[in-house]
Design a protein around this ligand. Structure first.
Ligand code: PRX
Length: 647
């Protein structure tokens, strides 16, 4: 992949001839955005049609599709059965140990109905919250859809999060039910999961007050001493499994909250991002159809994300299923039992559209091309990337080695908050350029601006803002409307723009490059982790007086977490033992994914005269660069000591 590699990749004539997207969509959306969004919403079945597309009079609190009523689960499941497609496979599920299940739309309808009937039978009411803490098993998706069917608001918590993280999310949402599994498979071994739920929910005075039931799916069946709380815990098989497969869905208001999804911000505890029903599903259905060029009945889609993240919500559940897609869902890691796993799955199911994160592409690169080359990947016709900037080298490798030079790559920029893809090439229409997300989708408007909100010139770096509302936008932060306004809408309050927290630039061809976060949020393997959360976990250890955490460039994971800590006087542990304890502390408070790559014990932290830690300079140190401007530091000499410690 030499310097003679092409700078841009125009769509092939063949792809363009059959593409779902058309070039005129940009102009149509621009000419009449409301009509464009009404048209996208008509992809869905509305029990009561909407009579107004958008009410933005109370900005930034948006209302989309006013007067409209729909059932999200009906749209994702039943309507395909009603249309005679019940025998189509919705999900090719592949378990980590090698077991597999094919689930048709008819079967999915029965399972979702059973789960809905059981949840209704225990007295849950529309608007109640249900926490879902599960590995990638079909029941996770069934649970989400059962909630949607009843108008319950789900809160999926990534099963890699710790008990403490689960508890804070359960408490914040006041979830009445937790759905989980006995265990999960990790690299061929069963590991407990319900244990974490028990620990999270506590007992006696410490018990999570809101939770009435824990529904447990039997997955690993490995633990003869599984703790069981009588009256609270029930097996999925004995309850959902016994319920009737007939359930009549009811339609809900377009603005009814479909789900909460917690994500890390710059400060404080994770925020429960609230998504709507009609607007969110419209965004999911539109982007899936257009960006992934999905052809019903022909394509096999595979999104490698976990259902615990927004990518899993929108492109494992709501986008594909609302489009009647056939998709692959894989439970495990890419190297279990060996590095061939993903490529075997592509081959076995004839995957045509494949959507993963750059971290995984870079990992494949490290493993070497002999592995994908050993497989027939000729079914692939479109590749996607999400979660972090993709470096041009990884883009070209993906294009050549996985896509055999034949598949367009959609580099899709979006966020938990945006609900669906915002910026991406349109395959068959837009040129692709390695490393660039190219341009906002039809209907979406983005700008790159300076501190004052003025457009920066092409080639210059600025802040990425979305200057118009869109249907899938977050509606608020659960229980904290002020924080919603403050976090996203205060930076450019005068203009009324959404500030994404990312830096970006347009290049000389006016192609958009997203450069990564400009706030204290790190992006590790496409996962969002806030520096302050990791810092609080570190200082909760008795030996630590102060901590500063930064995301340093990392060849594989995009960013790696690097911590600088100061010990308390008389700290009892030290050396490797202390470092191990600190890493465990972070795993316990947050998740193993948030464990620092490197922890440096230093005598002091670089601070300004007003006491602010200069993270920028710590980043320079961690990335091995010359130090930036140190003139505002109280004691520039502090770096001698920090460097000495790292040497
Ligand atoms: O910094 C951007 C980065 O991921 C952040 C959003 O993270 P999250 O809410 O966890 O959602 C991830 C999956 C949608 C963004 O603020 N990001 C996401 N996609 C891209 C990206 N950065 C560059 N290019 C992308 N394609």
């Amino acid at each position: 992949m030499s310097s003679s590699a092409p700078k841009v990749y125009p769509p092939s004539a063949e792809f363009a001839a059959n593409a779902n997207a058309t070039a005129d969509m940009y102009d149509r959306a621009e000419a009449d955005p409301m009509e464009f969004w009404a048209e996208q919403a008509r992809r869905l079945d509305w029990e009561t049609p909407f009579d107004q597309v958008l009410d933005w009079s109370d900005a930034p609190f948006a209302k989309w599709y006013l007067g409209g009523k729909l059932n999200v689960a009906y749209n994702c499941v039943d309507r395909h059965v009603v249309a005679g497609k019940g025998d189509r496979v919705a999900i090719h599920w592949v378990g980590e140990p090698g077991d597999s299940r094919d689930i048709t739309y008819s079967q999915l309808k029965d399972e979702v109905s059973r789960a809905a009937n059981y949840l209704a039978s225990i007295g849950l009411q529309t608007g109640d919250r249900v926490a879902i803490y599960m590995p990638m098993v079909p029941e996770a998706i069934v649970s989400m859809l059962a909630c949607a069917r009843l108008g319950l608001t789900h809160s999926v918590v990534f099963a890699g999060f710790s008990a403490a993280a689960l508890r804070s999310r359960v408490d914040d949402a006041e979830a009445k039910v937790v759905i989980t599994t006995d265990g999960q498979f990790r690299r061929g071994q069963p590991a407990p999961l319900k244990t974490a739920v028990d620990e999270a929910l506590g007992t006696g005075d410490d018990a999570a007050a809101s939770v009435q039931k824990v529904i447990v799916v039997r997955r690993t069946n490995h633990d003869p001493d599984l703790n069981w709380v009588q009256g609270r815990d029930v097996w999925w098989d004995d309850t959902v499994g016994e319920a009737s497969p007939d359930h009549e869905p009811e339609a809900f208001d377009a603005e009814h909250p479909l789900f909460l999804l917690y994500t890390s911000g710059t400060t404080g505890k994770p925020k429960g991002i609230v998504h709507s029903s009609g607007g969110y599903l419209t965004q999911a259905a539109y982007t899936f159809h257009t960006v992934f060029d999905h052809k019903e009945g022909r394509d096999v889609f595979w999104c490698g994300a976990d259902v615990g993240w927004v990518t899993g919500h929108t492109y494992l559940v709501y986008g594909p299923l609302s489009n009647g897609a056939t998709e692959v869902i894989y439970e495990g890691t890419p190297n279990s039992p060996d590095e061939h796993r993903h490529f075997q799955i592509i081959e076995r199911y004839g995957v045509t559209i494949y959507y993963i994160a750059p971290t995984l592409i870079r990992t494949f690169m490290k493993w070497g091309r002999a592995i994908p080359d050993a497989h027939d990947l000729s079914s692939l016709r479109l590749l996607g990337s999400v979660g972090e900037p993709i470096n041009p080298e990884a883009w070209r490798w993906y294009h050549e080695v996985i896509g055999h030079g034949r598949c367009p790559i959609v580099d899709t920029w979006w966020q938990t908050e945006t609900g669906g893809i915002m910026i991406s090439p349109l395959p068959g229409v837009t040129e692709c350029k390695p490393g660039s997300a190219m341009r906002p989708l039809p209907g979406i408007s983005a700008k790159v601006v300076d501190d004052n909100g003025a457009d920066v010139a092409d080639g210059e770096q600025g802040y990425l803002v979305l200057d118009r509302p869109w249907p899938g936008m977050l509606r608020t932060i659960w229980g904290d409307a002020e924080r919603f306004k403050d976090t996203y809408w205060s930076r450019f309050a005068e203009q009324g723009w959404y500030f994404a927290g990312d830096g970006a630039r347009y290049d000389d061809d006016h192609a958009l490059w997203v450069l990564g976060r400009v706030d204290d949020v790190m992006n590790v393997s496409g996962h969002r982790i806030s520096t302050s959360e990791v810092e609080s976990a570190l200082v909760s250890h008795s030996a630590i007086a102060e901590a500063a955490v930064i995301g340093a460039a990392d060849e594989t994971t995009g960013q790696g977490i690097v911590a600088f800590v100061i010990l308390t006087e008389g700290a009892e542990s030290s050396g490797d033992e202390l470092i191990a304890e600190l890493r465990n502390q972070v795993a316990t408070d947050i998740s193993p994914i948030a464990k620092p790559r490197e922890i440096n014990v230093v005598p002091e932290l670089p601070k300004t005269r007003s006491g602010k830690i200069m993270r920028r300079l710590l980043k320079d140190v961690a990335e091995g660069r010359e130090l930036g401007d140190t003139s505002t530091l109280v004691d520039p000499g502090v770096f001698e000591a920090i460097r000495a410690q790292r040497a």
